[in-house]
Write a protein that binds this ligand. Sequence first.
Ligand SMILES: *Cc1c(COP(=O)(O)O)cnc(C)c1O
Length: 399
Amino acid sequence: MNSSALFGTYARSELAFVKGEGCWLETADGRRFLDFAAGIAVNSLGHAHPHLVTVLQEQAAKLWHVSNLYTVPGQERLGRRLIEATFADRVFFTNSGAEAMEACIKTARRYQYANGSPERYGIITFEGAFHGRTLATIAAGGQAKYLEGFGPKAPGFTQVPFGDLDALKAAIDETTAAILIEPIQGEGGIRPVPHDFLRALRTLCDTHGLLLIFDEVQTGVGRTGKFFAHEWSGITPDLMGIAKGIGGGFPMGACLATEEASACMVPGTHGTTFGGNPLAMAVGNAVLDVVLADGFIDGVARKGLSLKQKIASVIDTHPHVFETVRGEGLMLGLKCRVPVSEVVLAGRAQGLLSVPAGDNVVRFLPPLTISEEDMDEAVSRLDAAAAAVEGAIAKETSA
Ligand SMILES: *Cc1c(COP(=O)(O)O)cnc(C)c1O
């Protein structure tokens, strides 16, 4: 047993950062790391963004929290801006991604209940999905490793194989309420869902009276080069969970819904003490000041293409380490031929931070504000990391 005061839930690195600026993180002893993890797609504007710092400090001197007993003007403003920029008509604010997904799930079930079909509470999801770590969202994700030892899997969630339309059709029955999907699986290994598959889901939901729920907790708020990733497919959901990037590092999330889907959520049906507090709303609004400014999201798409090309050339140089690069915008996954943990560690040794994912993929999720120079620097560090991995392989085979 080590002497930590904390739960042993995380297999943490010993790296401890004390300072951040833009795309860079610094340890107490002055080592600098290029941050292509961005707090797992959270630090959308990098670290210590001047606008976020100013807004947070100003709000901190005024008002932090009042609860949802009262009108919170920041909620009205951020909600209005979100609905003006998306399919949605209504917003419910939460503190995290899992809570945003819980709000989506509860709203979908309540919608069917309020429309005379209380027996319809089933949610169909996809293998490899990740929707959070609450009891309902681990059931939604359906991954054995997250469910084991936590009692019976919460009822009402069925997983079908990724991209399997026939299995999906077969899974729909008179108890189905909704279909829930990430437009690009994040944790599952940056697996993009084909656009025509998303369009087929919309049609199926319309045909069977189901709600379509998108989990854009990781893909949202400009990450893929659109405000939300589903915009690439041309269709819209009825409900959508967001979090991560909207707070830029401040914990917050939201459930976005059409008028029709949200009409059932009347006073008393749902709530949160902290969700949407003035401090969070100030930061969320400040993030949107930057992300929704003219040209910002197009810039993310452009940078994403450029980074993807640069990574592809690293794959060409190291075909025994890497296989392919996939993803959209600044949400890229590099499929590895060696264990992904080795690549992440070799990257860290070169001062490059990344995130492992399923399917033996390393995730690159840099701040959306990244410069071309920092992308070049990251790619050269990735190249050095790959060379180090190759060196280790060569040593093993000669030994
Ligand atoms: C991170 C994530 C969640 C959970 O968010 P938390 O804030 O950790 O609760 C849900 N869905 C997706 C797609 C995520 O990436």
